[in-house]
Design a protein around this ligand. Structure first.
Ligand SMILES: NC(=O)CCC(=O)C(=O)O
Length: 263
């Protein structure tokens, strides 16, 4: 059902002028560790073929939310990205697994069935460079900082916060990452399904480099639209030039080398 919905909604968004479209975390699977093995697919596979076709048919960049990915005997929470020709131009595996335990509220351990990825992922568009993270990744300021250093003007986080952390942290984190790095931050959540075991907070949102929420929604299914203006990123950065004012002589955020390669 969700694959059919993707084809329909991407077409609808493109017909209204969208050029870059993003889907939610785990859009082809219920969000829950017991579901991931059942719904996991290889990449390429049925779900990613639908994404590739939707991008090509509608001539858009498509950030395909995420799916549980099966690779050998491991599962990952993986986002794939397509260009308007339908080619997969990026693949990102969630680096920071959502393992939390808030007594009486929520315990969730993605690591029960998923493994973490180890690679930062950005891609170029004619509009700007875009960085990809998934949900819990948004809590890690250093990751967004590295995307800023790599030249991104937009970071997209498909994400499914919950009814405990959503109201408290969802918007605050996006505004924080946007303001820290003076770039746009977009989050895309699944709609809330009251019959599911995990109740998503919803509230897909776009925040601008000034830290202002420029578009958002509630928790029902829907599509939201907004312009991203890469020139506005430059404007804010020249007005408040924090990137030049960092005391790199005293502290520095940098990618570590892993096995001789950048992480
Ligand atoms: N899917 C996730 O990573 C959820 C993250 C979350 O809810 C949080 O509070 O962080």
């Amino acid at each position: 059902d969700n694959l059919v919905k993707v084809a329909k909604l991407v077409k609808e968004a493109a017909s209204k002028g969208a050029q870059v479209i993003a889907l939610p975390e785990c859009f082809n699977s219920p969000y829950g560790t017991s579901y991931f093995p059942e719904y996991a697919e290889k990449i390429p596979g049925d779900s990613t073929e639908v994404l590739s076709k939707a991008a090509k048919d509608n001539q858009v960049f498509l950030i395909g939310g995420s799916i549980p990915e099966k690779d050998g005997d491991k599962l990952f929470n993986t986002c794939t990205v397509y260009n308007p020709e339908g080619a997969m131009i990026a693949k990102y595996r969630k680096m920071h697994l959502f393992d939390i335990d808030i007594p009486g509220k929520i315990r969730f351990q993605e690591s029960e069935t998923l493994s973490p990825g180890n690679t930062f992922t950005t891609f170029d568009t004619p509009y700007c460079k875009i960085g990809v993270g998934i949900c819990y990744d948004m809590r890690f300021a250093e990751m967004a900082h590295i995307y800023n250093k790599k030249g991104c003007k937009l970071i997209v986080y498909p994400g499914a916060f919950n009814m405990t952390t959503g109201p408290a942290h969802w918007e605050l984190l996006q505004r924080g990452r946007a303001l820290d790095n003076q770039l746009y931050v977009a989050t895309v959540s699944p709609a809330r399904d009251e019959t599911a075991s995990y109740h998503a907070w919803g509230h897909s949102t776009l925040v601008n480099p000034w830290g202002s929420v420029i578009t958002t929604m509630e928790h029902e299914e829907g599509v939201i639209y907004s312009d991203v203006d890469p020139n506005y990123v430059d404007e804010v950065r020249s007005q408040i030039p924090i990137s030049f004012q960092k005391r790199n002589d005293i502290y520095k955020v940098e990618e570590v080398e892993e096995n001789g390669k950048k992480a």
